[in-house]
Design a protein around this ligand. Sequence first.
Ligand SMILES: CC(C)(COP(=O)(O)OP(=O)(O)OC[C@H]1O[C@@H](n2cnc3c(N)ncnc32)[C@H](O)[C@@H]1OP(=O)(O)O)[C@@H](O)C(=O)NCCC(=O)NCCS
Length: 74
Amino acid sequence: MMGRGIGRSLLEESLETLATVGIGRVYLEVRVDNKTAIGLYESLGFVKLANLADYYGEGVPGVRMRRVDGSISL
Ligand SMILES: CC(C)(COP(=O)(O)OP(=O)(O)OC[C@H]1O[C@@H](n2cnc3c(N)ncnc32)[C@H](O)[C@@H]1OP(=O)(O)O)[C@@H](O)C(=O)NCCC(=O)NCCS
């Protein structure tokens, strides 16, 4: 079963809340094999910044992503 939009809604609302207090640059880390989460993040404008070897334990890599809201001056 596909999702019901809860994760997307939570993340969108969080990003909007951050924008209202002037925070437009957001970083996150996620497991490389978490395709669902990475797809969600990419659809909201996050881009991959770096691969993180062993980030979640030996042999379990992560990826760091960043989203920059261009409408907010940093
Ligand atoms: C990743 C997570 C937050 C997504 O939240 P969700 O409520 O399940 O997902 P949503 O219903 O908001 O859907 C978000 C996108 O994920 C994709 N998706 C959701 N469930 C999916 C599934 N079972 N299989 C494939 N893709 C899926 C959809 O493509 C969807 O995109 P769309 O809105 O364009 O259709 C949630 O699955 C989760 O909590 N996972 C476990 C913990 C985790 O991985 N957290 C992230 C750690 S960095």
